[in-house]
Write a protein that binds this ligand. Structure first.
Ligand code: MN
Length: 375
């Protein structure tokens, strides 16, 4: 019998919180980031293979998704890792389902483990993540650049990224006085080339009447997408804002699970959905979300949560298997000034070059992991 049919035994799971420096402070409606933290994971097998993964929440704290690097590490060390050490596995599916049942509801922690199990599966079978999902249809993913509300000159930063090749600029709103923020953004848009797509993300911080007032002037200025203008729970308001017809409404915080996406579809409250691997609990449920969105006629935005090259590689390999992608947010490695892999993912002309396998197609640099590890 080959080693593949005999299955495998996990001998050790390592989790390390890393704090990675970022280019500049990044303020959104949900938080102000001074650095990005995540949990880097290594799953070792008795046969000597290692699967790597990354558990991420935006900013590393609980302000966005209700999990934090500290809570994820606890759940991984005390619940997910012991479950994975308890038995031999035939392959990917039985390992993932055991992890899913070991701790309900901690999607962001689970996503890191699920990613590492996919990397391990890829290494056992010499397949990339993309090949597991039918293969890439793109070599690169054009990515937006996301501009925090704290940036001194929105125009200078926008233009420098447009010059570097980014064709979509996203302005983060929701952290200041709404009319002032909107005036500032509208002024900048007038100075951008006409073919640049502009989106805004309010992180759910506006109420319906503010959005009703301020989305039309943003649309008139050329903004094409409003991401989560109102709170996650307010599907009715999103549905009514869609009715203004001024721009596309994208659900992000409203959709934290595939079931949430079903509710958004039933409420007709979005044109687009932000698919982020961590919030759904991994690559596999993210695929289900993309399938469901497609069936319901919603576009999907290939989202990110400011992952390092590890999480970015995994998500890019998944997203690169789809022809129709509304846009892509995988810019963590561009915001960070340090990484935890031997060779960071590359960006060329504003596009992320999708890594090839096996597995994620990136390798941990353990010296870097140690260097940025939280003490
Ligand atoms: Mn968002």
């Amino acid at each position: 019998m080959s080693s593949q049919t005999q299955g495998y035994q996990i001998s050790r799971v390592e989790s390390t919180i890393v704090d990675l420096p970022i280019r500049r402070k990044h303020t959104t409606g949900a938080m102000a980031m001074e650095h990005q933290s995540s949990v880097i994971l290594e799953i070792h097998t008795a046969e000597g293979l290692v699967g790597i993964g990354e558990a991420t929440v935006p900013g590393g704290g609980p302000g966005w998704g209700g999990e934090s690097v500290e809570s994820m590490k606890q759940i991984i060390d005390h619940h997910l890792a012991p479950a994975l050490l308890s038995t031999r596995f035939h392959g990917l599916n039985d390992a993932v389902s055991l992890a899913v049942s070991a701790f309900r509801g901690a999607s962001f922690a689970l996503a890191g483990i699920e990613m590492a199990l996919h990397d391990l599966h890829g290494k056992r079978h010499d397949l990339s993540i993309a090949e597991m999902f039918g293969g890439l249809v793109h070599d690169r993913l054009p990515v937006l650049w996301s501009i925090g509300a704290n940036v001194e000159s929105l125009l200078t930063e926008s233009l420098s990224y447009v010059e570097a090749g980014h064709r979509t600029i996203k302005f983060m709103l929701g952290s200041g006085d709404p009319p002032t923020e909107v005036r500032r953004v509208v002024e900048v848009i007038g100075h951008l080339p006409d073919d640049v797509v502009v989106t805004v993300d309010c992180n759910g911080r506006w109420d319906e009447s503010t959005a009703r007032q301020l989305l039309p002037p943003l649309a008139e200025a050329g903004v094409q997408v409003a991401e989560q203008p109102v709170p996650a729970w307010d599907l009715g308001a999103c549905q009514r804002l869609r009715g203004l017809g001024s721009m596309k409404i994208m659900a992000d915080e409203s959709v934290q699970s595939v079931r949430d996406l079903m509710r958004v579809i039933q409420a007709a409250s979005a044109d687009l959905v932000a698919v982020k691997v961590p919030k759904f609990g991994g690559l596999s449920p993210a695929r289900s979300a993309i399938t469901l969105a497609d069936v319901a006629g919603l576009g999907f935005w290939a989202g990110g949560t400011m992952e390092s090259s590890v999480g970015t590689a995994a998500a890019a390999q998944l997203f690169g298997t789809y022809h129709e992608i509304a846009g892509c947010d995988l810019v963590g490695p561009l915001l960070m000034t340090a990484d935890v892999v031997t060779e960071s993912v590359r960006y060329v002309d504003g596009a992320l070059v999708i890594p090839r396998g096996p597995g994620l197609g990136v390798d941990l640099d353990r010296d870097k992991v140690r260097h940025y590890a939280r003490r």
